[in-house]
Design a protein around this ligand. Sequence first.
Ligand SMILES: N[C@@H](CCC(=O)N[C@@H](CS)C(=O)NCC(=O)O)C(=O)O
Length: 324
Amino acid sequence: MGQLIDGEWHDVWYETKKTGGSFQRAEAKFRNWITADGSAGPSGHGGFAAQSGRYHLYISYACPWAHRTLIMRNLKELEDHISISVVHPDMLKDGWTFETDEHGATGDSLFGLPFARDIYLRAEPTMSGRVTVPILWDKQENTIVSNESSEIIRMFNSAFNEITGNSVDYWPEELHEAIEPINQRIYDTFNNGVYRSGFATSQTAYDTAVTALFETMDWLEDRLSNNRYLMGESVTEADIRLVPTLFRFDLVYHLHFKCNRARLIDYPNLWAYCREFFQMKGIADTLNFEHIVRHYHFSHESINPHRIIPINPIIDWSQPHGRG
Ligand SMILES: N[C@@H](CCC(=O)N[C@@H](CS)C(=O)NCC(=O)O)C(=O)O
């Protein structure tokens, strides 16, 4: 995995070397918010009003962070209002590219540029730092609104309600406080925990990450034994942030990232919950298992130097889930 850091290209070991073998994810740089009226959001500048056709989302089908934005785009019926481009699953020395393939990599449908880094450079010609997806682009201001998925899903949750007429609220006011520690634990030990396990370059860093990860899976399994969804009776952003990691677990993280104490299918509640999401309207369309399996195994040279793509078990997502 190679990315531009301080103007130089580095593999992921560059970062783990500095931190005693433990992977640290860099903070996203662009933190503006689309709001219904263009007023400033909790961070960044104002001026990004919700308008149909004004914004474009760059995603990777492989990436779990991009996946949550794609799920929210579908659940909030934003498909006709926010266009997308899909990067190629192979992320090598040039980072994410706009090569096309027969499995859904679209190329850059806005500018026809070759690399995702070119989008960043277009927004900020002197840019240094990591080139990540998702990227939310403003066609009017010709800049990046945000490259932070947790914030993009909150914008999608409410900013376009008047345009779409969809007012389903996945971050309801009364849950703001309760949802935060749930999100935080799932982010630290699970969404990012799989990466901390897989990218660890010391035994201690790996042991720490993987132990916390399975403690969280046990806790989630228990929580879902008496809760329909993470926060109770309704789907919230906490679920939308969790499921992308679950969908990738048995096919990628279990083997490639050595999260192999157990598989998702060994947890009856989590497995049924994940199948329920797969079968929910709008979710299966966001899943591209070819890109998911290809990306990780092909791109992470330090983990899989021969780029062998495993022949995986067939997972029956359509099996009845028996929930609710
Ligand atoms: N904070 C970002 C993280 C996004 C992220 O790390 N995306 C990965 C893909 S899964 C990426 O583009 N990585 C490239 C790199 O780190 O070099 C978010 O949640 O939006």
